[in-house]
Write a protein that binds this ligand. Sequence first.
Ligand code: URP
Ligand code: ZN
Ligand code: ZN
Length: 478
Amino acid sequence: MSTTLVTGGTVVNATGTAQADVLVDGETIAAVLAPGSRLLGTDLKATVDQVVDATGRYVIPGGIDAHTHMQMPFGGTEASDTFETGTRAAAWGGTTSIIDFAIQRYGERVEDGLAAWHEKAAGQCAVDYGFHQIVGGVDEFSLKAMDSLVDEGITSFKLFMAYPGVFYSDDAQILRAMQKSRETGLLTMMHAENGPAIDVLAEQLYNAGKTTPFFHGIARAWQLEEEATHRAIMLADLTGAPLYVVHVSAKQAVEQLAAARDRGQNVFGETCPQYLYLSLEDQLGATSEEWGDLEGAKWVCSTPLRSRADGHQDAMWRALRTNDLQTVSTDHCPFCMKGQKDMGAGDFRAIPNGIGSIEHRVDLLYQGVVTGEITLSRWVELISTTPARMFGLYGRKGVVQPGADADLVVYDPAGHTSIGLGKSHHMNMDYSAWEGYEIDGHVDWVMSRGSVLVDESGYVGSKTHGKFLKRDLTQYLV
Ligand code: URP
Ligand code: ZN
Ligand code: ZN
């Protein structure tokens, strides 16, 4: 077992910052010490196997991306990052744990879906990984199977109010699944968009010749996100289920969540970097020599990008400050333009939904510290600590403290990161949704359970390092 001393840095936790050295012994943090501490009279630097000089830099707990879709079958194709490529990109960007979604569809067994995801991920991950369970067909069999999920370390499941005929659950199914959530402690995660109404609008737009990617966002109107969010909240209230609404993009949906929380309801919201930075207006004007007006397909995701003129992005940042939203995950679901997104040329409905950001979440959120949107500690809380608490990993993950896994990132606030193809881009995509973004900060060094994944020479990890995370129940049960 090797020992490491990360010395001279500013340790940033959700609770505050301190000048401290971090001693790592094997896979865990052994001590967080006053700078230059000695042990039994001995200079620690002289006794450890390696010393990492973090002077002038932040030492933070590894990022936890609680919403990813590696190799997800979607829209007649499959998300382009494998567990190997996606988790390697995660490591590059300072994320040391992911929670991906195992899938069960109507007519399939939950147990089989989960087993298939274990099969895909085992031995392929650079960072630790857990699973949520997508329940795409709520029936007596899947409800029964949900009883054993907690024992398997799968303590959350996702339902879809969107995508009729694919993953969609109607209100009766949602009610039953939420009753199960209340009974077992499983956290209900909800894709809150009114899918049947969206499909009608999308068809009408298409028939009217409005076929470019921009109309994806018009069909998925904010009213249909607000309505579904409200409905999910009401069903959760009725059943007593804890509720976590994923990829929130509409300010009106945030208002629904905030109002429910103010009433004392146990509901939470997640947003994603794309809803903080990108907008429907960007998509409207998008065109390129290579892709023409299909260019906007690069940013087709669901929920969709929202109008900047209507203030959705500002509202997301505000909600992160006020804790009306609690986490920022990526919803990493990458597709290439060539052979995947281009399936939707001439029909926005056929563009596979998803954006790839796993490599950039820590940086993009740090940019919010630079611009004064959030504090340093809130940054750490959003990217690591709250996801750990929300999804039953806290103590092991999400904090720099003795006994925790040695998942550490040395982040240089004076560094710089240029995002884009040929720059920092290690995701398996032929474009970057973040091309041209410049970040005032840099992930310099990454450690996962005592093993260095990224140092000044680049990625030095291995695809067999990542372990399956058997998760506890959310800390937010009441
Ligand atoms: O566009 C998205 N979000 N694709 C992934 C599937 C989902 O709904 O999370
Ligand atoms: Zn979703
Ligand atoms: Zn998703």
